[in-house]
Design a binder for this molecule. Structure first.
Ligand code: 7RM
Length: 651
């Protein structure tokens, strides 16, 4: 316990408060706390106000239809998201404004104006239609961070074909599972992508995934790396993006989507081995991301907004593509790693494009901290006026480092809490009004009813408990694709009439929220969600492994690192070669983000008398704590032996 308690205590001791600067507040979209009161007086009227700033084909009859746990927003409304992200800007002064500024890893770059985006999206929507894609057909996108990824998403949205973007770092097996779960008809990929000077073989992975993914009829391939990747184009199945685009017609009428028509599926890790296909719909999602992009980031017409996430995660969906473009903003997109070719790559990009708003993850900030101030100091970062953080709890030290070294003590930091499921930011400061406390995500966004509750669902005024949401919000997930019961069971069963987030949180006497990390079997590794069960299944899939238990161990840089405790089949002898082999096996099954840092072989795993693996004890062992209560164990000596073994390994 000692270690965990210390971090929480540190948080509780945190006393510094940073009030918004006067010059920032005076010019901010939100200048006064009265928005909170106004929103809580009528949440529906509050969200409706944002909906009215968008373009609808047909107005909604009703803002919200709520039958717990199912919500419908802007009922009866008809809208198209690609129209709202593109068409409505091209008859304004934004026509030739940069919509996407793209920086490739090797240093190539493209500036895509709203007009350019309009042309590309229309043409690609026509390409999809010509290949027989109809409203409702699912399309899988497996691309690097290149503009075509955004074009493909928006083209899908234009014709009403839900996209399912799969992160380019996922393996062939993971891609196959996601294709099969969604029964996608088309796969969009590229010959490869660049990562730290080498080529990620996306097309090769895709080919492998397609053995056993029969729903895919056509594969569209973007040429990104050219000769640097050896790829094979399968006749009749594989088509080049650029060839299809050559003769595609210039205009494609947007599909008039119902507010509740599906916009996308995005897979995320849950507490079982099988990722969940989170379903987002059209009207409410757009209103939610539009509103939060505008208010949380205080987004202005002239801003260059850079969110460093990958498009394969929800942060990329909501805050690289849909939120910024719905606001007519300039969104920066970067293909590569933060340390390639050197550790100042991010700051070089901020300087090169005069980035004003910068949104990244604590794990990246902690790595920058380790690399040292010299890297940001090499560059002029004076254009920055607001910083954001997302993906995991940020520690006060990292917050302060970010505030001083990147923000030059003048930029507010918005620590934004949300999830794939929430679709939009839900807990966050409003930069023009909220007093910041380093490492607190502060307060629910106006109109959001979050609470901290105990085991019985009773609200805890001041203290720690479970984070729940007590009323619906526009961008909330509607269901889990193909598994409506799991939706109810997963999110709405733990506490009656409340959405359970899976996170722990503490509320202080000022009503500020401090996120404490997951309380379920989901790990957070460098800002990525990884399920312990998924890694366990991958390990057990190896012929030498009998049983595996996986835990997230506190890690200074990554937040959590993966430790695996493995029992081998009787005939197998452990050896260091096998450790590497198992790590490789997990990488192959899931992807590099799930690769265990430690693998410890053990003759047995600590289990309760009813056969449940005691992960808490494994965590104690991995984090070097005194062993807690072991009385419920079937065989307490196992833990002692394991602990000795672990400490031997560390020493
Ligand atoms: C946006 C995203 C969701 C999980 C969530 C939390 C953790 C995210 C914060 C955070 C503390 C934050 N979607 N999390 N943001 N924890 N402070 N500001 O990350 O679906 O991939 O992950 O991430 O545990 O439940 S996600």
């Amino acid at each position: 316990m000692a270690k965990e308690a210390k971090t929480i205590l540190d948080l509780l001791k945190e006393k510094r408060v940073f009030s918004p600067r006067k010059d920032f507040s005076e010019n901010a979209h939100v200048k006064s706390e009265s928005v909170y009161k106004k929103a809580s007086r009528s949440r529906e009227a509050f969200w409706e106000g944002f909906a009215k700033e968008l373009d609808w084909y047909k107005k909604w009859r009703k803002v919200l239809d709520w039958k717990t746990p199912h919500s419908k927003w802007f009922v009866g409304g008809k809208i198209n998201i690609s129209y709202n992200c593109i068409d409505r800007h091209i008859n304004t002064a934004r026509k030739n404004k940069a919509a996407i500024i793209w920086e490739g890893e090797p240093g190539d770059s493209r500036v895509i104006t709203y007009w350019d985006l309009y042309r590309e999206v229309n043409k690609f929507a026509n390409v999809l239609k010509k290949l027989g894609v109809k409203k409702g057909d699912r399309i899988t996108i497996y691309l690097p961070m290149i503009p075509e990824a955004a074009v493909a998403m928006l083209a899908c949205a234009r014709i009403g074909a839900p996209h399912s973007v799969v992160f380019g770092g996922f393996s062939a097996d993971s891609l196959r599972d996601r294709i099969n779960d969604s029964q996608a008809k088309i796969l969009i990929t590229s010959d490869g992508g660049f990562r730290r000077g080498s080529v990620v073989p996306l097309k090769k992975n895709a080919d492998e995934a397609l053995f056993g993914a029969a729903s895919i009829e056509k594969v569209i391939v973007v040429k990104r790396v050219g000769e640097k990747a050896q790829i094979e184009m399968k006749e009749k199945r594989d088509l080049w993006w650029h060839e299809l685009m050559e003769n595609a017609p210039q205009y494609c009428e947007p599909e008039k989507m119902d507010s509740e028509d599906m916009l996308y599926i995005l897979y995320t890790s849950g507490t079982t081995g099988k990722p969940k296909g989170i379903v987002h719909t059209t009207g409410g999602y757009l209103v939610g991301v539009y509103a939060t992009t505008k208010w949380v980031f205080d987004l202005k017409e002239e801003d260059t907004f850079w969110c460093t996430a990958d498009i394969g995660w929800v942060t990329g969906h909501s805050y690289i593509v849909y939120g910024p473009l719905a606001n007519g903003a300039t969104s920066l997109m970067y293909e590569g790693a933060p340390d390639y070719p050197d550790r100042d790559r991010f700051w070089e990009i901020v300087e090169k494009y005069g980035v004003n708003i910068f949104y990244t993850a604590p794990t990246a900030i902690r790595v920058f901290m380790k690399w040292g101030e010299e890297y940001p100091r090499k560059h002029d970062l004076s254009t920055l006026r607001l910083l954001g953080s997302v993906g995991e709890p940020i520690n006060p030290e990292a917050w302060m480092w970010y505030y001083v070294n990147i923000g030059n003590k003048k930029c507010p930091i918005v620590d934004t809490w949300w999830q794939t499921e929430t679709g939009m930011i839900l807990i966050t400061p409003l930069p023009g009004v909220t007093k910041l406390k380093p490492a607190s995500a502060t307060k629910p966004f106006p109109g959001i009813e979050a609470d901290v509750v105990d085991e019985n669902g009773k609200s805890i005024e001041v203290g720690a408990g479970y984070l729940v949401l007590k009323s619906p919000w526009p961008a909330m997930l509607r269901t889990i694709y193909g598994d409506p019961e799991r939706y109810v069971q997963q999110y709405w069963s733990r506490f009656p009439n409340m959405y359970f987030t899976g996170d722990g949180a503490k509320r202080d006497k000022d009503g500020y929220l401090w996120l404490l990390g997951r309380v379920d079997d989901v790990m957070n590794v460098a800002g990525h969600r990884v399920s312990t069960m998924e890694v366990e299944s991958a390990l057990v899939d190896h012929p030498s492994v009998a049983e595996a238990a996986v835990i997230g161990k506190t890690d200074e840089l990554k937040g959590q690192a993966i430790s695996a405790f493995v029992t081998l089949k009787e005939s197998i002898k452990s050896n260091s070669g096998l450790v590497d082999e198992l790590k490789k096996h997990v990488t192959k099954k899931i992807g590099a983000i799930a690769r265990p840092d430690d693998i410890i072989f053990t003759a047995e795993l600590p289990k309760t008398r009813s056969g449940k693996i005691m992960r808490r004890l494994l965590r104690d062992i991995a984090e070097g704590r005194a062993l807690g209560d072991t009385t419920t164990l079937a065989d307490p000596t196992i833990v002692r032996q394991l602990k000795d073994k672990y400490e031997d390994k560390e020493g």
